[in-house]
Design a protein. Structure first.
Length: 665
């Protein structure tokens, strides 16, 4: 167990430490305050979330309302169970998450006369709501999904944190509203159907995830990040309480002078420390997920400074050398003298991860890294209950190779048309098909195919899975959305961009990735993988103070001279071994192209068999089998198209065909 250093622990003497918790929440409300139908089902809904909170459970009921909650105890292990109520019992709360600035909020509230009965950080939300109403959310620094009932006002408020670290789904039909932390809990309410949404499936095949508010199911929606839903007088209002666009660097930003750059980097270091310190409080064992990249290594450096020689680190290793980053993780572990643990992923573990993905993920997710993430969470859970992870840094500071492509595209488009069309573009087809971590032929083909498009759509295509035209080909004609072919997939992108103004194309791309890829892919991945193992995952880079500061940094401090994370690396350079700062960006890559031709081949041929696809009527068997045949024979690298198709069909087998017959009309 890591013992947090005295300067941090001193804030919370043993008798007054707050109660933090990871949880699963659910509830049912009748909008007209009539007796709610199937109110007893909230117990079954809560039971479906036991992995999110195995330590305790609680319920709150009124004739028209029912709350359920599961709790995973992290701090103050003997008190703080939910639901929580204020002094008079007028306001009741269930929530999933942590409020990192609860101590400062509590002190201010006590000075204004509020009386606390527990050390729970959730009770802070209740009293803050008494003072500020629904605007209290702007005061919270943390990750959370909240359900709060105000008895005198007959008001229900649902809310999610700014980045979307904690999930919340809902179903509304007639006068009944049902909500839960995961879709599987909603299915315990007998009227919730499983009819698929063709538009949502199209978007999934393009992005590899479901952009909010859509889910695979037509009747079910997800509450977007940084939004609150207020139900009052039979009306439902959905609105943002925080907007990233308000903190963006303004257009036509002037150059950054040396003195200003120094000041900005000092400010960045200060906020990094604040974010890390606020997330190190725990009464249970705590560690760090270490990839050997600059993001996770920075977290290890900050944690080691506070707890020298006591940090536990956890990494994944692959047999395929070009995907394996264990040597970098080992370098960092030796440098900071951590207690390092390495999980080596073999074919047996891979199959276990696939089985978990198919049976646990109630919406398909085409990020292959979800498998090693789950395996790492399960591996680490034997040693720790809380882990720090580096999600968010790439989207804030410019850490993806596609950002370099923005500048290359500008230069490429200045070349003569004949040189581009007749000489350079054909080069991609001449390169050999690769199964490696950096498939140059795949990257170049995507670059040339989309280089002349609108910057936002070009970026989405570079990042995406199937191309828009392929999305239409991949779906059976009877299941395709009733919209323009190849265009329906850009609706979430255009909605997210609406009204925002950017310094340049890089700022626009970062904004897209923060609000879409991070929220609906990466954070879904780490939440489901960690909660499946009853492991709490904390992400210091998503401290909203750091988000706001980083969003206001000019692009020249993010990608410069062909270097990603230029400013971030300059800021953390004094803390890290030199090889880590200047190593090539790899990301959490997974060797799926090789696995598909090897150990996963029988699974693909069984799952994507033409007979089964024809029977289901969702995917176009002819198109899918052509992709598989070309990939299997090494004629093309279709990993980015085949993987979402495989994930979808595995999900469909378990969550739709395996449960009930479904009408797609």
């Amino acid at each position: 167990m890591i013992v947090v250093s005295a300067p941090i622990v001193r804030h919370w003497p043993c008798a007054t430490r707050p109660s933090f918790r990871m949880c699963g929440i659910c509830g049912i409300l009748n909008l007209n305050f009539e007796p709610v139908a199937h109110r007893d089902r909230v117990a079954a809904m809560s039971a479906r979330l036991v992995h999110r909170g195995p330590d305790s459970h609680g319920r709150f009921e009124r004739p028209w309302l029912a709350f359920g909650v599961r709790r995973l105890k992290i701090i103050d292990l003997t008190t703080g169970d939910q639901p929580l109520s204020n002094e008079t019992g007028d306001v009741t709360l269930v929530y999933n998450g942590e409020i990192y600035n609860h101590r400062e909020l509590r002190e201010n509230l006590e000075q204004r006369g509020h009386q606390f009965r527990t050390q729970s950080d959730g009770e802070v939300i209740l009293h803050l709501y008494e003072d500020r109403g629904v605007d209290c959310l702007g005061e919270l620094n943390g990750m959370f999904a909240i359900a709060l009932w105000d008895e005198p006002a007959r008001r229900l408020m649902l809310a999610r944190d700014r980045a979307g670290e904690k999930p919340l789904y809902y179903w509304q039909q007639g006068q009944t509203l049902v909500f839960a932390s995961e879709i599987k809990a909603l299915f315990e309410y007998p009227e919730v159907g499983r009819t698929l949404d063709p538009q949502a499936i199209s978007e999934y095949l393009f992005y590899g995830y479901f952009p909010a508010p859509r889910t695979p199911f037509r009747e079910i929606r997800k509450l977007p990040a940084a939004h609150r839903m207020v139900v009052e007088r039979g009306r439902i209002t959905l609105e943002p309480f925080w907007r990233l666009r308000d903190y963006l660097c303004p257009p036509r930003r002037s150059r950054v002078g040396r003195g200003e750059q120094t000041s900005l980097l000092d400010g960045l270091r200060q906020r990094l420390r604040q974010a890390a310190i606020s997330r190190l409080v725990s009464d249970v064992p705590l560690g760090v997920f270490l990839s050997g990249g600059v993001d996770s290594s920075t977290l290890v450096a900050l944690m080691s400074e506070l707890s020298p020689g006591k940090v536990k680190t956890f990494s994944v290793a692959f047999a395929e050398r070009d995907f394996d980053e264990a040597r970098y993780a080992n370098l960092v572990a030796r440098h900071f003298h951590t207690k390092h643990h390495v999980l080596r992923v073999d074919e047996q573990l891979l199959r276990q991860g696939l089985d978990w993905m198919a049976h646990h993920l109630d919406e398909p997710l085409a990020d292959p890294a979800v498998i090693p993430t789950f395996l790492l969470c399960r591996f680490a859970r034997a040693e720790i209950t809380v882990a720090l992870s580096g999600e968010g840094s790439d989207e804030l500071f410019g850490g993806y190779p596609t950002y370099l492509g923005l500048r290359l595209a500008q230069l490429y488009r200045r070349l003569p048309g004949w040189l581009r069309r007749r000489v350079l573009a054909p080069l991609a087809s001449l390169l050999p098909t690769s199964s490696g971590a950096v498939p140059l032929n795949l990257y170049l083909r995507r670059f040339f195919d989309h280089v002349d498009e609108d910057p936002a759509r070009r970026h989405a295509n570079w990042f995406g899975m199937l191309a828009p035209a392929q999305v239409d080909d991949a779906l059976n004609p009877g299941f395709r959305p009733c919209t323009a072919p190849g265009q329906q997939v850009f609706a979430p992108l255009e909605h997210w961009l609406g009204g925002a103004r950017f310094e340049d194309e890089l700022a626009e791309a970062l904004y897209i990735d923060f609000g879409m890829y991070l929220q609906d892919n990466l954070l879904v991945k780490v939440d489901r993988a960690s909660m499946a193992c009853s492991l709490e995952l904390r992400t210091p880079y998503l401290d909203h103070r750091l988000i706001e500061f980083a969003s206001g940094l000019p692009s020249r401090l993010k990608v410069r001279w062909g270097r990603m994370k230029y400013g971030f690396k300059k800021a953390v350079k004094p803390w890290l071994p030199r090889p880590i700062v200047y190593r090539q960006k790899r990301g959490f890559s997974v060797p799926i192209a090789r696995w598909m031709r090897g150990s996963l081949r029988p699974l693909l041929e069984e799952t994507l068999s033409p007979t089964q696809l024809h029977q289901d009527g969702i995917l176009n068997a002819t198109f899918v089998w052509r992709l598989w045949r070309e990939h299997r024979e090494g004629k093309a690298d279709h990993r980015r198209a085949l993987w979402p198709l495989l994930c979808f069909q595995l999900w469909y087998d378990r969550w739709v065909r395996g449960v009930c017959s479904t009408t797609h009309a």
